[in-house]
Design a protein around this ligand. Structure first.
Ligand code: GUN
Length: 296
């Protein structure tokens, strides 16, 4: 376990620092492979449209690839791109031996069927882990599953924070998205946790959250979770990244009211610098995993 600073009594889970370690390790592995004459791992990132937040996320992903020695290619498609053209690009990328990982940044424009697109990515190149084959593998606990990056990042941070104390803990996941909530619940179950998933239609959300030893919040609602939703000593992972205006200035805040929850929790992730960097680190990890499988 690394020594982390504390905020209002809670340990700050430094996602940025843990991600840095993960990326350094991946970089070392990539160097080893290329020095041995193996091909360089390659990632294709597809961005459709002009969503400003997606543009920032994609830029960060490409930057971190570069740091780890992974070759990345960016495909920027216009907002009005036809679904069939996007599917055509994916056929080409699936067939391209230099591309080991494919990521289509979400959300997609409304006229494109997201599920259809995610299912068109070859499962062995699906570094987001969103293809039903990979989600099925995760469901049955198969070791070759490509696991969605944000929940995987959460799990790595929990292991850093709790060590071998994770088994048996009550994990409450707030949010039931395919990207975070559902796979996070499956991963926690795999770690022998007791798991509750709460969502917008759940009754008694606050009292369910108060039962959590570990609270994972991924709903996209600025500072929804308050101090009185949190059991004293709980570990809180905040997946939300929300742009809000405070005192006339743009700010990023999570789904957790950080200042007050830090008074109650034993450990908490900041926003920014918590879960976000870990998502990118896990994307690189998945790319290397996909590369290794494809290289046999
Ligand atoms: N949009 C928000 N999170 C993600 C993610 O993890 N992967 C992709 N592809 N799009 C996202």
């Amino acid at each position: 376990m690394t020594e982390n600073p504390t905020v209002a009594g809670a340990t700050l889970i430094d996602g940025k620092a843990i991600a840095h370690q993960v990326i350094e390790e991946i970089g070392a592995q990539v160097r080893q492979l290329t020095e041995a004459g193996k091909p360089v791992p390659g990632l294709a990132v597809v961005l459709v449209g002009e969503d400003p937040a997606s543009q920032v996320y994609v830029r960060n992903k490409l930057l971190k690839c570069q740091q780890a020695g992974i070759v990345s290619r960016e495909y920027r498609l216009a907002e009005e791109t036809m679904e069939s053209d996007l599917l055509g690009l994916l056929v080409d990328l699936n067939d391209d031996p230099d591309v080991h990982g494919i990521l289509v940044q979400l959300p997609l424009p409304k006229h494109i069927d997201e599920q259809k697109v995610l299912m068109a990515i070859a499962p062995e190149k699906d570094v987001d882990g969103f293809h039903p084959q990979n989600l099925g593998r995760l469901m049955v606990g198969a070791s070759d599953a490509l696991v969605p990056c944000t929940p995987l990042g959460c799990l790595i941070m929990l292991r850093e924070t709790l060590g071998d104390q994770l088994a048996g803990k009550h994990v409450v996941v707030v949010g039931r998205s395919n990207i975070v909530g559902k796979p996070a619940a499956l991963l926690a179950l795999q770690q022998h946790c007791t798991v509750t998933v709460v969502h917008s239609r759940s009754q008694e959300i606050e009292s369910l959250c108060r039962q959590a030893d570990v609270l994972i919040v991924a709903v996209g609602r600025p500072e929804l979770v308050k101090a009185d939703w949190v059991k004293p000593g709980a570990v809180v992972l905040d997946v939300g990244i929300n742009r809000v205006e405070r005192d006339g200035k743009a700010r990023l805040v999570g789904d957790v009211a950080f200042d007050e929850v830090a008074q109650v929790a034993s450990a908490i992730t900041p926003v920014p610098g918590g879960v976000g960097p870990m998502t990118i680190a896990c994307l690189l990890r998945n790319t290397l995993q996909a590369y290794r499988v494809q290289q046999g």
